[in-house]
Design a protein around this ligand. Structure first.
Ligand SMILES: NC(=O)c1ccc[n+]([C@@H]2O[C@H](COP(=O)([O-])OP(=O)(O)OC[C@H]3O[C@@H](n4cnc5c(N)ncnc54)[C@H](O)[C@@H]3O)[C@@H](O)[C@H]2O)c1
Ligand SMILES: O=C(O)C[C@H](O)C(=O)O
Ligand SMILES: [Mn+2]
Length: 546
């Protein structure tokens, strides 16, 4: 058993002033703490009072990380008491600034595994060292080429893996002892970092091609060999690699790409919520994606799959979708389409003026979409002119500006509701306060993959599913239905973050049941609810002397 400072310095064991006098005597802690023995409640209240005195969001986050780095139980006890308030601080949007300033603010590696493409021979040792004997069931891995919408941040991007895992525990009770944040440091193309004397990562351009994919594969093989119960979450990879990596492994191991699949699920759930309010059918919609990258194409594919499930043929369903990217409306004669864009590229013969459709506004005028989803990283792209043009042709336009962080959102909910006189059905990627308009309070759903990936992960882990397939993913999207009263004026299209813990459990049950129904569970499960509950970690102190 660890003693003295080995206990105090272990964030998984440390209780700080909550160590009882008996524990202090048995663990060699006598005199190493102030005399007063506090309860977890007293510690939480004291920490929260300190938190409230911090002036900026980044200072609030930095303080919370100090708690995280020294006492995981206290951190999650605090997080569980303030989920709605802490999510935008621990996670999106404040995590963007934390990543941008990672090397300036660095104080602790936070039990992450830093894998360098220059030492692939160290992958196994690094994963073993980082696990340190723990039974790792969940890894969030990033190469940080596409952090949120802020792009390539090299090794700084490790913070997105750490932050995503914090949300897994806060939302779904995933045991923090069983998780491992990983960054694949393959270099960075950001000159600001390469020229920054404080930068802590490999100081060279990103490595691409065979060497890159061999490195990723070595990581997967070693991780799967070391951690047999592993669920592997890919996060914020670049558009040219994200889908390739997911497609290579999705039928072989339990794995998931949050930007592609997670956003697809939450956006479908939001659209189903919106159609619940407008009483319209999904097969009557005309869908436009603005920014057809990992998230945009992933969402489009998910909505397309849903239309097939509602009885449309592939031809009928494809006719409902339009993608706009840097080229404007995407056409099938373009030679720079990604494999994920190509199935949705249109024929120029459909338009008399196809060569003029090189902007979002022109595309909207030509197509008159009823659903517009932004994953473009272009802040403010949904202007009043083009939103009014869209709203002139559909009674309840569904408009989701999903780009993160805040300054990159294509529009604000307030503007969208104002410009459409309250008719728009809105969800945003960042948290948005309710909007008051014409005497109605509009609750704004957060279409962020953080509302779905924790429950999805809990479902995969509880069922010990061999893989995560589309049936399970579709089930996750439909599990979020029915949680909002659509008849209430200003109703949100998604359940509120205040119910995140509750609906993460609902999602987990649906996903786990789907895995078992498909016989994807590696071992027999007598009671699924029990299997889920057994995985749930509660932030409360254990008696270390027993
Ligand atoms: N709300 C969520 O849960 C969620 C989930 C994933 C991604 N996102 C956000 O979506 C955005 C994109 O993320 P991604 O992972 O798909 O990145 P990505 O780089 O894969 O895709 C971005 C796409 O936008 C296109 N684009 C860039 N500038 C454009 C312009 N001026 N006009 C049209 N298209 C343009 C790019 O060509 C690319 O195809 C980011 O801001 C990210 O934070 C949000
Ligand atoms: O990280 C988030 O807030 C959601 C998503 O994964 C993104 O990349 O924006
Ligand atoms: Mn992401």
């Amino acid at each position: 058993m660890k003693k003295s400072h080995d206990v105090l310095n272990d964030p998984f064991l440390n209780k700080g002033t909550a160590f009882t006098l008996e524990e202090r005597a048995k663990l060699g802690l006598t005199g190493l703490l102030p005399a007063c023995v506090q309860t977890l409640e007293e510690q939480s209240n004291q920490a929260y009072a300190q938190y409230q005195k911090k002036d900026s969001n980044i200072e609030k986050r930095h303080f919370l990380m100090e708690i995280f780095n020294t006492n995981r139980t206290l951190f999650y006890a605090l997080f569980s008491r303030h989920v709605v308030e802490f999510m935008p601080i621990v996670y999106d949007p404040t995590i963007a600034e934390s990543i941008e300033r990672y090397d300036e603010l660095f104080v602790d590696p936070q039990y992450a595994a830093y894998l360098s493409i220059n030492e692939p021979e160290n992958i196994e040792a690094t994963l073993k060292n980082a696990a340190n004997g723990r039974d790792i069931k969940l890894i969030v891995a990033t190469d940080a080429e596409g952090i949120l919408g802020i792009g390539d941040w090299g090794v700084n991007g490790v913070d997105i893996s750490v932050g995503k895992l914090m949300v897994y525990t806060a939302a779904a009770g995933i045991d923090p002892n069983s998780v491992l944040p990983v960054v694949l440091d393959v270099g960075t193309n950001r000159d600001q970092l390469l020229n920054d004397p404080l930068y802590l990562g490999n100081r060279h351009q990103r490595v691409r091609g065979d060497q890159y994919y061999q490195f990723v594969d070595q990581f997967v093989q070693k991780a799967e060999a070391l951690f047999p119960k592993l669920y592997l979450h890919w996060e914020d990879f670049g558009r040219s690699n994200a889908a390739n990596i997911l497609n290579k492994y999705r039928d072989k191991i339990a794995t998931f790409n949050d930007d592609i699949q997670g956003t697809g699920i939450i956006t479908l759930a939001g659209i189903l919520g919106a159609l619940n309010i407008s009483k319209q059918n999904i097969t009557d919609q005309t869908y436009m994606c603005f920014g057809a990258g990992s998230a945009g194409a992933g969402i489009t594919t998910r909505i397309y799959q849903e239309m097939l499930q509602h009885g449309l043929s592939e031809k009928e369903a494809r006719a409902k979708f339009y993608m706009v990217d840097v080229q404007g409306l995407l056409f099938d004669d373009m030679d720079d389409l990604t494999p994920e864009q190509r199935p949705f590229a249109r024929s120029r013969a459909e338009f008399a003026n196809s060569h003029e459709l090189t902007s979002l506004e022109a595309a909207i005028k030509a197509v008159h979409p009823t659903i517009l989803v932004g994953t473009s990283t272009c802040g403010g792209a949904f202007t009043e002119t083009l939103i009014k043009e869209m709203a002139a042709h559909t009674e309840r336009p569904i408009i989701f500006p999903l780009s993160n962080p805040t300054e990159l959102a294509e529009a604000t909910a307030k503007d969208l509701l104002t410009w459409t006189d309250g008719r728009a059905l809105v969800a945003t990627g960042i948290p948005t306060d309710p909007v008051e308009l014409n005497g109605v309070t509009y609750e704004i759903g957060q279409a962020n993959n953080a509302l779905i990936y924790p429950g999805l992960g809990l479902g995969v882990l509880a069922s010990q599913a061999r893989i995560l397939n589309d049936t399970m993913i579709s089930k996750a999207a439909h599990s979020l239905g029915g949680l909002v009263d659509p008849s209430k004026a200003g109703a949100a299209v998604l359940p509120p973050v205040s119910k995140l813990v509750e609906f993460s459990r609902t999602v987990a049950k649906g996903v786990a049941q789907s895995a078992v129904d498909q016989k994807l569970n590696k071992h027999p499960i007598a009671d699924l609810d029990n299997a889920i509950d057994e995985l749930k970690w509660i932030p409360e102190y254990q008696d270390l002397t027993k």
